[in-house]
Write a protein that binds this ligand. Structure first.
Ligand SMILES: Cc1ncc(COP(=O)(O)O)c(C=O)c1O
Length: 352
């Protein structure tokens, strides 16, 4: 699947020109590809074949109702971590909410697990039937997953020896994506190496980033170009509050000019927002040909993008749009400045 691709030197989301979407919905904008979300989910699902399994999309990666609804229609389960996420999934039409609320910040330590399972087995209020874990995020090799799986299966054998039988194993999320064409996990091989070890246990997976990451882009417009001699800055209308990952984690998102502009200036640019913070950048040292008014796409921004955005500097959160073939629809409208303070009140000394 090649969801975001160039046709006649212009970036397309499926069959829609990104500039057309910008003209219709405004800038900055998150754009999601329905086809890419579906194909990412199906890749996991199909790799399991007939083996009992459930792909539970990790809602925290992108909780937009439109995204959840696409996944619900595929038969996805949902991994949720709060009442808010539960209500979203119900509103989106998600029937399989397979995993519980993870209220313990980091679960229980592996060393205590055996004793706790034994205690739980004797409780008349608890039913023990599965072992769930999650080892981290943006993991680009299979070996840490297999190491964790072997440890977990060893615990399941110990439990079996104690008469406690498990019916499922939840191996969490964490499958990394290629932000800059780096090597990452081959889903079929990963799933096969899991299947080689789990016997007849049902397998639950909680991928977030691997489902939505490369299915979304963040598009922003160049407001002004500033070449100081030492450094060249493209001041854009998107900022750290809209896409936090670069300033929060130093994350890399590929930056692409949405259209070829023969009148642009070729240089090595820092893409910086209008917020007065040194951390307000979306990309650094990128060779691009740019002119004022051009659109730039920050690629693979579908996971931990909009969900981490904020209203810092009283900036309304941007709109989100979903594309499917040649159709497109708003899945979240742009906030208005007025809406940002509609729940705020002025302390009035004169009353009472
Ligand atoms: C318990 C749990 N499951 C699944 C995920 C999803 O991880 P990812 O988006 O890396 O697949 C997370 C993310 O932190 C998590 O904490």
């Amino acid at each position: 699947m090649n969801t975001f691709s160039f046709k006649n030197k212009a970036l397309y989301a499926e069959s829609v020109a990104v500039t057309d979407l910008m003209a219709e919905y405004g800038s900055p904008l998150y754009i999601y590809s329905r086809g890419q979300i579906e194909s990412n989910w199906q890749q996991f699902d199909q790799a399991f074949g007939d083996h009992p399994h459930l792909i539970c999309y990790a809602v925290k990666a992108n909780s937009n109702l439109g995204v959840l609804n696409v996944l619900a229609k595929l038969g996805s389960g949902f991994d949720i971590v709060s009442i808010g996420e539960l209500e979203r999934v119900i509103a989106a039409g998600g029937p399989y909410i397979a995993t519980g609320l993870k209220e313990n910040k980091f679960g229980v330590s592996f060393d205590r697990a055996l004793a706790l399972y034994k205690k739980a087995e004797f409780s008349k209020h608890l039913d023990v039937f599965g072992l769930d874990y999650h080892i981290g995020s943006q993991i680009t090799e299979v070996s840490p997953f297999i190491e964790a799986l072997e440890k977990a299966l060893d615990l399941i054998s110990q439990l079996k020896a104690e008469g406690i039988k498990m019916s499922h194993i939840d191996i969490g999320g964490g499958v990394g994506i290629a932000y800059n064409e780096e090597e990452t996990i081959n889903i079929e091989k990963y799933v096969q190496s899991v299947l080689d070890k789990v016997g007849d246990l049902e397998v639950i997976l909680e991928p977030g980033r691997a489902i939505v990451g490369n299915a979304g882009i963040f598009v922003t417009q160049v407001e002004y170009l500033k070449q100081s001699g030492v450094k060249s800055f493209a001041i854009i209308d998107g900022a750290m509050n809209d896409l936090q990952r670069p300033s929060l984690y130093g994350s890399y998102h590929k930056a692409i000019a949405v259209e070829d502009n023969s009148k642009g200036i070729k240089d090595t640019w820092d893409l910086v927002g209008p917020i007065c913070e040194t951390g307000d950048f979306l990309a650094k040292d990128r060779e691009l040909t740019l002119a004022q008014g051009d659109y730039i796409a920050l690629m693979s921004a579908g996971a931990y993008g909009f969900v981490l955005s904020s209203n810092y500097n009283s900036r309304p959160r941007v709109a989100e749009v979903m594309v499917s073939g040649s159709n497109h629809t708003l899945v979240r409208k742009r906030e208005t400045v007025g809406s940002l303070f509609e729940n705020e009140f002025i302390f009035n000394n004169e009353i009472n």
